[in-house]
Design a protein around this ligand. Structure first.
Ligand SMILES: Cc1cc2nc3c(=O)[nH]c(=O)nc-3n(C[C@H](O)[C@H](O)[C@H](O)COP(=O)(O)O)c2cc1C
Length: 248
């Protein structure tokens, strides 16, 4: 599956089978975590035994107690730590989906019980429950694209498709409190509108947007698969498939 397919297949799963992650998959996961840690300056860790990470009352109510393993999202404390955790943690979530595993970001957990190493000056921001789901979760309800695009007016296809992928991102309590904008110079800006874990959300959303925008600009984008509802037909083609390109 490519990243778009993984984004579409991923949903939060809160009920897990009593089946550990096999050594081979754990190894692949650890290698991916090492890659993301290096790229993001983070100290995320795979904990094969979730132990009593999810022994809070809310977890009993919401589920997650059955998750066999967790990824502890840790890094040196600083202004952009939460956003980086969201950005690189979501890569891990989609990688896990590709391994046939299921996940759920979890801000509700017992930090004292997470079997991970938190170094000097580091902070455990959040965890990701991971394992084989008893189900595949379900599609969340979403805001309309206009509600998360900061400015009005027509937007290019790649931008709209990026927004579409951003709206498939997991966000805390499905709040989707973010705004994305396209500036006149072609740059894209992201803003969080507050709310619990909204900076982690923003990092996740940025990654989804990037995947969508890059895909829409690529040769692989096919209009019938990829056209957002409000896209104009001329925008719905990858750049290299536009008529002027075809005849040049
Ligand atoms: C930063 C963050 C924190 C979250 N915390 C929890 C949590 O503590 N417990 C839980 O059951 N789900 C949690 N979730 C999962 C969200 O509820 C879920 O992503 C959202 O409802 C959208 O559903 P989806 O992930 O299936 O698309 C969290 C998600 C994010 C991104």
């Amino acid at each position: 599956m490519n990243q778009i397919e993984l984004i579409k297949a991923r949903h939060s799963v809160r009920s897990y089978l009593d089946k550990p992650i096999e050594a081979d998959k754990a190894k692949q996961l650890k290698a991916k975590i090492a890659e993301c840690n290096a790229a993001g300056g983070l100290h995320m860790q795979f904990c094969p035994e979730a132990g009593k990470t999810f022994n809070r009352v809310l977890n009993k109510f919401m589920g997650l107690g059955s998750a066999p393993s967790v990824i502890a999202c840790i890094g040196k404390d600083g202004d952009d730590l939460e956003e980086r955790i969201g950005y690189y943690g979501e890569r891990l979530v989609l990688f896990a989906q590709g391994l046939g595993l299921n996940t759920c970001w979890a801000g509700t957990f017992n930090p004292k019980n997470v079997p991970a190493e938190v170094g000097e000056g580091e902070r455990l921001v959040i965890v990701i429950a991971i394992g084989y789901g008893a189900n595949q979760g379900k599609q969340h309800r979403s805001k309309d694209p206009e509600k998360v695009i900061a400015s009005g007016g027509e937007k290019p296809y790649w931008f709209n498709y990026g927004v579409e992928m951003a709206l498939l991102a997991p966000t805390a309590i499905n709040q989707q409190k973010f705004l994305i904008d396209l500036k006149e110079d072609g740059s894209v800006t992201f803003a969080d509108q507050g709310g619990i874990f909204s900076k982690v959300d923003l990092g996740i959303v940025k990654y989804h947007f990037e995947v969508g925008a890059e895909f829409a600009k690529s040769k692989d984008a096919r209009p019938q698969d990829a056209r957002p509802q409000d896209a104009r037909p001329q925008d719905a083609r990858p750049q290299d498939a536009r008529p002027q390109d075809a005849f040049s």
